[in-house]
Design a protein around this ligand. Structure first.
Ligand SMILES: [Zn+2]
Length: 140
């Protein structure tokens, strides 16, 4: 079994995560979400949800992954997700597949409460068991 203890979130990172959550554009759902992605390099990437009037918004996790990819990185070490309140704000199904694309067996996904305190953490296999991935496709 891979080690699944999440890396501790520094106070500065907790504050950055709360700030990016509070920057979310979520006028329709009123459910702001922030994501802080720690790549394999140790570099941090932030994302927040961005909604639109046609109800096809972008999730916070997707924004953080896009920022990571834009910098040429491809592996998620730890992904922290913060919602607006005390309830679990786990990644949606779409995001689970998106995270899975860049996850390793050691990747940890940490769901925080509204103040940035960890509520639960998961491996990718726990969030998306028996998932479909690049190895399920024929070699090119
Ligand atoms: Zn999502």
């Amino acid at each position: 079994m891979p080690e699944t203890r999440p890396a501790p979130l520094s106070e500065a990172s907790r504050q950055a995560l709360i700030a990016v959550r509070d920057s979310a554009y979520a006028p329709y759902s009123r459910h702001p979400v922030g994501a802080l992605l720690v790549a394999e390099s140790g570099q941090h990437y932030l994302g927040c949800n961005v909604e639109s009037a046609n109800f096809k918004g972008l999730c916070a996790e997707a924004g953080a992954i896009s920022a990571m990819i834009a910098q040429g990185e491809r592996e998620i070490a730890t992904l922290y997700v913060i919602g607006p309140g005390e309830h679990l704000c786990t990644p949606c199904g779409d995001c689970r597949q998106r995270i899975r694309e860049f996850a390793t067996p050691e990747t940890v996904i940490v769901v925080l409460d509204g103040n940035g305190a960890p509520l639960r953490h998961y491996t990718m296999e726990q969030l998306l068991p028996d998932s479909f991935g690049p190895e399920n496709l024929p070699p090119s």
